[in-house]
Design a protein around this ligand. Structure first.
Ligand code: FPP
Length: 244
């Protein structure tokens, strides 16, 4: 598909994606669920490439939620192994497009091998500033907000802060990646209309694009369609529509 980012009036700086439908994609083909996840990992790569082409600075993908630990051990193990093999597969792409890898979530809860593999790419790409690829791993938004609240409470307790100084910006500043701008666009695949504990604070003003496409079928073309849908929206932040 030929896509010209110049044809769009506005490109979001940050797109967050809930990658849903891997299991159903596999099930419909009579394959084990992990095959859906593997194909989904190819979609992540396609989205990274498309985002770099379109000039999107930040991509956040919801790869593993705090709730996902409850999945059968075999699937959890398969996902952790897939994460390692995917990082190997993406590495060159990250360097070619100057993409910095970051992670958000309970890093310490991940298996040692995964942490080590992540650390290698986190370090190797830390100097890139053009694009950022954020993987939400063992991530839960309520937990993130609770963690931020605890940190702020500790500062009040120690006298570093006063309770009356707490405002929205201060809460944002205590989230996992305070320097990352809020996503302007959130994409969820496979048609579900839920946030599933993903970036609850950061998505307060974001546009949502829900597509019936299963994540393994979400590639460059579908990403560009999401950008086009975003472009057609009029964001007002609760204000009055401006007259043109
Ligand atoms: C949701 O589909 C998907 C996940 C829980 C895992 C997503 C992980 C990947 C795409 C693996 C690669 C990721 C990276 C960053 C390398 P589901 O299993 O809930 O699907 P279903 O709702 O159809 O069962």
């Amino acid at each position: 598909m030929s896509f010209d980012p110049q044809s769009l009036e506005k490109i979001p700086r940050h797109v967050a994606l809930i990658m849903d439908g891997n299991g159903r994609w596999a099930q419909e083909r009579g394959l084990p669920r992990i095959e859906g996840h593997k194909e989904g990992a190819q979609s992540v790569r396609a989205v990274l490439r498309a985002a770099a082409q379109a000039g999107v600075e930040f991509i956040t993908v919801y790869a593993f939620s705090t709730e996902n630990w409850k999945r059968p051990a075999r699937e959890v193990d398969g996902l952790m192994k897939l994460l390692i093999s995917s990082l190997n597969a993406y590495e060159q792409e990250l360097h070619d497009n100057h993409i910095r890898l970051r992670v958000m979530g309970q890093f310490d809860r991940l298996p040692l091998l995964v942490r080590k593999r992540l650390k290698k790419t986190l370090d190797a790409t830390a100097h890139y500033t053009d694009h950022t690829f954020i993987i939400a791993l063992s991530y839960g938004s309520r937990m993130e907000i609770a963690d931020a609240s605890r940190q702020i409470a500790e500062k009040v307790k120690s006298g570093e802060l006063q309770a009356k100084e707490i405002d929205e910006q201060m809460i944002s500043d205590h989230l996992y990646l305070p320097d990352v701008p809020d996503p302007e666009l959130m994409v969820r695949t496979s048609g579900e209309l839920r946030l599933s504990n993903f970036l609850l604070w950061q998505l307060s003003y974001s546009e949502f694009h829900i597509t019936d496409t299963y994540w393994p079928d979400f590639r460059e073309e579908q990403f560009f369609q999401a950008l086009e849908a975003y472009n057609a929206r009029d964001r007002r932040y609760g204000g009055v529509k401006k007259s043109r």
